[in-house]
Design a protein around this ligand. Structure first.
Ligand SMILES: [Zn+2]
Length: 283
């Protein structure tokens, strides 16, 4: 009787295990919109690195990874996934173009549009601080929790907009502007570590950067007051400061930016991350 039981146990285990092994083909799932300026979440089991547009992205132990397409992403991008054993698989992704508006801004302080020689040091110092913080590529995956809008208000300038300031063509807009009165509380969009708090920078004014792990950061500019300190952990929804009109502005608003491994993308695409399974598909 005992023998029979043991034999049947082994037999049933084999039956269950065998089909599972047969199914163990690599499945790659992407979630998000394959379009310019969007963030994408991917999942693939047993991979070590995910390379997109020639840059390696971290892969969490559960196989999740994120990447973003810049505003001017070409129509095709290569996603190269490398397994632990070194075997690599290349996937060509077709990226849809996005529409960008033209933003004609008048009444910008002229010094902020055509800076003088004396402003060069301040501009360089701001660039160094911001670029330094955007180089962060932490192992933590705070981003897996998802994101919320830091301030609710009228969008006064969309990501990617071609800006013309006082008649001069400028660089495209690197974030989204949300108009709100001075003093409106600004929430941390997601959990993370504050990696930059810089007062009175030339363009961004009082600016905060939060690092959400895997090279993803959110940027909060033109603040009236900053309530957090560099190195501090923040939770999603925690008040990090107040809306203001510091730096290059025409009125009070929050400039909300997002960067993934130095690729600026539309911060509003973060709101769908980890929330919308409808946007997921298998490669
Ligand atoms: Zn802005």
């Amino acid at each position: 009787m005992m023998k029979f039981k043991l034999a049947s146990l082994i037999f049933s285990t084999t039956l269950i295990t065998f089909p599972l092994m047969a199914q163990e083909q690599q499945q790659i799932t992407l979630c998000g919109k394959l379009a310019q300026g969007e963030i994408i979440k991917g999942k693939a089991t047993g991979i070590k690195t995910a390379r997109i547009n020639g840059a390696n992205h971290q892969v969490a132990p559960d196989g999740n990874f994120i990447f973003a397409f810049p505003r001017d992403q070409k129509a095709e991008a290569e996603l190269l996934l490398t397994k632990e054993d070194g075997e690599a698989a290349s996937h060509i992704l077709h990226i849809a173009p996005s529409q960008w508006d033209i933003q004609n801004l008048k009444g910008v302080p002229q010094r902020k549009v055509t800076p003088s020689k004396e402003d060069e040091a301040a501009i360089l110092s701001e660039r160094t601080l911001v670029r330094g913080a955007l180089k962060g590529d932490r192992l933590e995956t705070y981003w897996q929790k998802g994101f919320i809008e830091p301030v609710k208000g009228r969008i006064s300038g969309y990501f990617g907009g071609q800006r013309i300031m006082n008649g001069k063509k400028m660089n495209p807009h690197s974030g989204t502007d949300i108009a709100a009165p001075i003093g409106t509380p600004i929430k941390a969009s997601g959990d993370g570590i504050v990696t930059l708090t810089a007062p009175n920078t030339f363009y961004s004014g009082n600016v905060v950067i939060i690092d959400h792990g895997h090279g993803l950061q959110t940027i909060y500019a033109h603040m009236n007051k900053i309530y957090v300190k560099q190195g501090q952990s923040v939770k999603q929804g925690e008040i990090i400061g107040e809306v203001g009109k510091t730096g290059r502005v025409t009125g009070p608003h929050l400039h909300w930016g997002a960067s993934l491994r130095n690729t600026r993308f539309n911060p509003y695409s973060l709101l769908k991350l980890n929330k919308n399974n409808d946007s997921c598909f298998n490669l």
